[in-house]
Write a protein that binds this ligand. Structure first.
Ligand SMILES: NC(=O)c1ccc[n+]([C@@H]2O[C@H](COP(=O)([O-])OP(=O)(O)OC[C@H]3O[C@@H](n4cnc5c(N)ncnc54)[C@H](OP(=O)(O)O)[C@@H]3O)[C@@H](O)[C@H]2O)c1
Length: 296
């Protein structure tokens, strides 16, 4: 894990997959703001030859995979599009890891932490989060089940840095993919504490992880948990004093979704040790999301 640091940004040349996506699009903007040379991959993940052609022409220092299918409007799509899900998220991701390994390139892979659910060893409210070495225990949705399989296989690729992203949030509250925007628009929401990823804080950290050539599995969430109601209360306090919402139970939620959703706490100690400045989830929400959106 972690070879020597890569030197100045002039030696960096990032190849990024996921140009049209939320995370991939944001990565390009970050590289621009930091003066890092980058190119978006034009290949499709499941087409090995197209990936090799990208590597040949770009000659990257590092590769970032923010490509994948997440389903529209949500992951329930994967339940009825299993082969398409396997093609990109399983065959495609493994192919990209393999071509990067052939060239000795670190692959920063935006994966998911939605492969765990609270259990007797990690009960809700206990503060005992799942660690990087824990075996995924959530197979309720096809999306999560296949992501867990890929994570297990990618452990054999010493060039891969697996980032377990969860319920991503950004300051852009107009983005329908933003977890805050999602729950603010739902007719009813459950109220369960979860680990979450503040992209405005963590995506820059992922660029730094590439510079440090970090590999292996990382819980890529802010330390601690926050519940749906706590987020919506902050939303009301900072953004819209007239905002109201309704809660429902997990059993009631199950009636309006196809596949169950994962709820968990991930232990972010490993990331916090590498990046001591990392804020807790509630601090990060205030600093990166709610203060910038505060109504005058
Ligand atoms: N958003 C979340 O809630 C969330 C949570 C945890 C983890 N993640 C993970 O983070 C990654 C990025 O998420 P995101 O929210 O940024 O996704 P997104 O907005 O849906 O973007 C996905 C990107 O992947 C590209 N793509 C899809 N299939 C491809 C293929 N076969 N070959 C090449 N490119 C392909 C898409 O391009 P085209 O339009 O050209 O297909 C698009 O640019 C995903 O792997 C996801 O599982 C997301």
């Amino acid at each position: 894990m972690g070879a020597e640091a890569n030197g100045s940004s002039s030696s960096l040349n990032f190849l990024i997959y996921g140009r049209t996506g939320w995370i991939g699009g944001t990565l390009g903007k970050l590289c621009e703001s930091q003066g890092i040379s980058y190119t978006y991959g034009s290949g499709r993940l499941e087409d090995r030859r197209s990936l090799v052609a990208d590597l040949d022409s770009v000659k990257p220092s590092h590769v970032f995979n923010a490509a994948g299918v997440t389903g529209r409007p949500n992951v329930d799509w994967c339940e009825s599009h299993k082969v398409e899900t396997i093609r990109t998220n399983v065959a495609g991701t493994l192919t990209l890891a393999d071509v990067c390994r052939e060239r000795g390139l670190v692959l920063i892979n935006y994966a998911t932490g939605c492969i765990f659910e609270y259990d007797s060893g990690h009960p809700l409210g206990s503060g005992l989060g799942f660690k990087e070495e824990d075996t995924p225990n959530f197979t309720g949705s096809f999306y999560s089940k296949t992501k867990a399989m890929v994570e297990e296989l990618l452990k054999n690729y010493e060039n891969v840095c697996t980032l377990r992203v969860r319920m991503p949030i950004s300051a852009d509250l107009s983005n329908p993919r933003n977890f805050i925007t999602k729950i603010a628009r739902y007719e009813k929401v459950v109220d369960i504490p979860n680990s979450m990823t503040i992209l405005d804080e963590l995506l820059p950290i992922s660029l730094e992880m590439a510079k440090r050539n970090l590999t292996g599995i990382w819980n890529f969430t802010n330390p601690g948990v926050v519940s749906h109601n706590e987020i919506l209360e902050m939303y009301r306090e900072y953004v819209d004093p007239s905002f109201t919402w309704k809660n429902f139970t997990l059993e009631e939620q199950a009636k309006v979704i196809v596949a169950p959703r994962s709820n968990n706490e991930l232990d972010a100690t490993k990331l916090k040790t590498e990046f001591p400045e990392l804020l807790s989830i509630k601090e990060s929400l205030v600093k990166f999301v709610f203060e910038p959106n505060k109504k005058a």
